[in-house]
Design a binder for this molecule. Structure first.
Ligand code: GLA
Length: 384
């Protein structure tokens, strides 16, 4: 990613004026609680130090002009004074999506000149799109003096995905991107949207390994899983799976399709694991974390069916080398993407070399290893 000085120069060379402020928001890694968010359940993600940075200045004519350093040949431009509809650029649509949901909620928006840069890995399941949505919504909030709190910004980000981008995601990615805190994970109750900061012990490293497996059909499979969960909840007679127990599920097993049963069993058991993992993290209890994260992965592989051989293989490689000293599972939206390991800092190099030695040999792909610290959520900085 470019440094601030070069970014400012780049902005000036494109727009012949200085940027007025910067809005930046992080990607995330989810420690545990997968596919529970849209079932009103619990999740335990933390924000990353990888961020999407949006430099901006207000325009009085309602135009939103956007350049992104990741897509130098595409230039996006639309007016907030007109009906906002989809354009031809996929990343540009995230910006249109935010304008669309804010306008729909009755906010009157200001135009902006925008320059975007990001070092959040794309296609890794680390929420590069949520980082973009939250950062852009932060910019609209700032120039239009909309007075939105971080939680509201997150909800608009989710609405942008649900109602403009056709992805029926939950609230986790946007909420952690808006509210993350350095050194802390965030326990989110996705029903009430209440959050609690959970410190990550100093001697625990968060290591992410990106499989670089090309993710395909992610949205359609994702939306299908959500439907299975909703149908299971309806048959259970509860509003969402948050309100169901394993016993209730077992009692109506024969009324459900096999898929509905398995999806629901994952969600109900995963919610329980999040609560247990939260206190294990608070106690710095790696043994319990290992059991819970490994059970989570097993459930995602066999019941929710969102893993691929490459992520299963990476989990095996890392768990084998870490033995009792680490907790490992897939993380994020699945169908490829990344895995997460919690381990002691002295074991980080072992993970790196085990991945180097085994992964490419087995899967003909190169993995990327990121050693991470929990970073801050959305930040707005005025430039002088
Ligand atoms: C994606 C979605 C989230 C969540 C995860 C799975 O990241 O955007 O809302 O459902 O998948 O836990």
């Amino acid at each position: 990613m470019m440094n601030l000085e070069s970014l400012t120069e780049k902005f000036e060379s494109i727009y012949s004026a200085k940027p007025q402020a910067i809005s930046s928001a992080p990607g995330r890694v989810n420690i545990i609680g997968e596919f529970t968010d849209y079932n009103d359940g619990f999740v335990l993600p933390c924000a990353l130090e990888f961020r999407t940075v949006v430099l901006f200045r207000t325009r009085e004519d309602g135009l939103v002009n956007v350049h992104s350093l990741d897509y130098p040949s595409e230039k996006e431009s639309f007016s907030v004074n007109e009906q906002v509809s989809s354009g031809s650029s996929q990343w540009g649509n995230y910006i249109r999506a935010i304008a669309f949901v804010l306008k729909r909620a009755g906010y009157s928006l200001k135009g902006m000149d925008i320059l975007i840069d990001s070092n959040v890995p794309q296609g890794a399941g680390l929420s590069s799109s949520a980082a973009l949505e939250v950062a852009v919504c932060g910019a609209f909030n700032h120039v239009g003096k909309l007075g939105l709190a971080p939680q509201e910004i997150a909800v608009f980000g989710q609405q942008a995905e649900n109602d403009f981008m056709d992805c029926q995601c939950g609230i986790m990615d946007q909420l952690i991107s808006a509210k993350g805190d350095q050194g802390k994970a965030l326990l989110i109750d996705c029903q009430s949207l209440e959050t609690e900061d959970i410190s990550i012990p100093e001697d625990l490293s968060v290591v992410i390994v990106n499989s670089n497996y090309p993710r395909k059909l992610v949205d359609s499979e994702y939306n299908q899983r959500r439907q299975d969960c909703e149908q299971a909840a309806a048959k259970l007679g509860v509003k969402t799976l948050r309100d169901a127990t394993i016993e209730q599920l077992q009692n109506i097993e024969t009324d459900l399709t096999l898929n509905q049963f398995k999806r629901a069993r994952h969600v109900i058991s995963e919610n329980n694991r999040v609560i247990k993992a939260t206190s294990a993290l608070q106690r710095n209890d790696i043994d319990t974390l290992r059991e819970l994260m490994s059970a989570s992965h097993y459930s995602l592989k066999h019941d929710f069916e969102v893993t691929v051989p490459a992520t299963d293989g990476l989990v095996d490689i890392c768990q084998t080398v870490l033995g009792n000293n680490g907790a490992v599972r897939m993380t994020g939206g699945g169908f490829g993407g990344a895995i997460v390991c919690l381990c002691r800092s002295e074991d980080v190099l072992k993970v790196q070399s085990a991945v180097d030695e085994n992964y490419e040999k087995q899967f003909n792909l190169k993995a990327s290893v990121y050693v991470c610290k929990a970073g801050d959520g959305l930040k707005i900085t005025e430039l002088k």
